[in-house]
Design a protein around this ligand. Structure first.
Ligand SMILES: NC(=O)c1ccc[n+]([C@@H]2O[C@H](COP(=O)([O-])OP(=O)(O)OC[C@H]3O[C@@H](n4cnc5c(N)ncnc54)[C@H](O)[C@@H]3O)[C@@H](O)[C@H]2O)c1
Length: 296
């Protein structure tokens, strides 16, 4: 496997492109506009600078990594020679189904199609293609170059061969792949999201304040980041959408999103990305502080 196309140059897409390129793969990074691609490439460059400053890589490694990435605004052009496509576009079911249909038509017939979705059914995405046995979930964690886990999600029809190829490939990236089956929330979010939702519910019930809840979980449970800060970091809209997928998928009230979370999303308080969530990130320095604390 030499050519890997990555769809979406946002938070996850640029991290995925960075990780493959640093491991020597040729990466075709695809987004809808030159502006999004530039933002993605600037982020990769800044993250590589941070690694150079920490002596983890050399300037030559940085140049080689950047040289391995080519950008495209057209899916058919970007995927022409891809052995693998990793889709990391916006979390929207209609958009993902449209992209996978397009990928199925444009990619060579032996190309494996992976999605980085946090919550959408891999089986449903696979059904939009004529190769469901070659569709799989590759759920990287944020920030991708740092986090070791890749949750590998087998759709109902995903073949053993494709699963073992993707498990081996993830190891080549220095990651630890973990195989799970395709049910709402997979494993990571099925366990994480109820905890974040419960932290919000605890705040909503007036049991304690934001800082207090986060301090209890950081110092009491040795979590690197409190649950409310983590929800801000992930994006409150993303947390809400994942909880809704589990609520609908399992028809179980234990996944019902807290009304405070619903209200904050409706009010546009989405966390770090909107400048305000449970914490105030209005000065850009504060948002940086959150990410660098997480990256330590
Ligand atoms: N943010 C996280 O912490 C996180 C963690 C794990 C998985 N995910 C998943 O990763 C995926 C991407 O999330 P993100 O946080 O990077 O989102 P993001 O909003 O930062 O980036 C999405 C990118 O997709 C691009 N895009 C939209 N439509 C496109 C199209 N038709 N073709 C090409 N590019 C298109 C957008 O322009 C944008 O640059 C989602 O499925 C999300 O659920 C996110």
């Amino acid at each position: 496997m030499k050519n890997v196309a990555v769809i979406g140059a946002g938070t996850m897409g640029n991290g995925i492109a960075h990780t493959f390129a640093q491991s020597g793969f040729k990466v075709q990074l695809i987004d809808i506009s030159e502006a999004s691609l530039k933002r993605g490439m600037d982020t990769i460059s800044k993250n590589l600078d941070r690694m150079v400053a920490k002596d983890k890589i050399t300037e030559a490694d940085k140049a080689e990594t950047l040289g391995n990435i080519t950008t495209y605004t057209s899916i058919p052009e970007g995927v022409e020679y891809a052995s693998l496509v990793v889709e990391a576009a916006t979390e929207n079911i209609d958009l993902k189904l449209k992209i996978f249909k397009q990928l199925d038509e444009a990619c060579p017939e032996d190309t494996i199609l992976a999605s980085n979705t946090s919550s959408i059914s891999i089986t449903q995405i696979a059904a939009a293609t004529s190769r469901p046995e070659m569709v799989i979930g590759m759920h990287f964690m944020n920030p991708v170059p740092i986090m070791k886990l890749v949750e590998i999600i087998r759709g109902y029809n995903t073949s053993n061969e494709v699963t073992s190829t993707i498990m081996d490939l993830s190891k080549q990236l220095g990651k630890v792949p973990t195989e799970v089956n395709d049910y709402p929330g997979f494993v990571a979010n099925r366990i994480l999201m109820p905890m974040l939702n419960e932290a919000i519910e605890t705040l909503y019930n007036g049991v304690a304040g934001v800082e207090e809840i986060d301090t209890v979980m950081k110092l009491g449970m040795a979590h690197p980041m409190g649950p409310l800060q983590l929800a801000d970091f992930i994006g409150l809209d993303i947390c809400l959408s994942i909880l809704n997928v589990m609520y609908d998928g399992f028809k179980n009230p234990k996944y019902a999103p807290c009304p405070l979370l619903v209200n904050m999303v409706m009010a546009g308080k989405l966390g770090v990305k909107s400048g305000e969530g449970f914490y105030d990130y209005s000065e850009s320095r504060k948002a940086d502080k959150v990410s660098s604390q997480f990256l330590k």
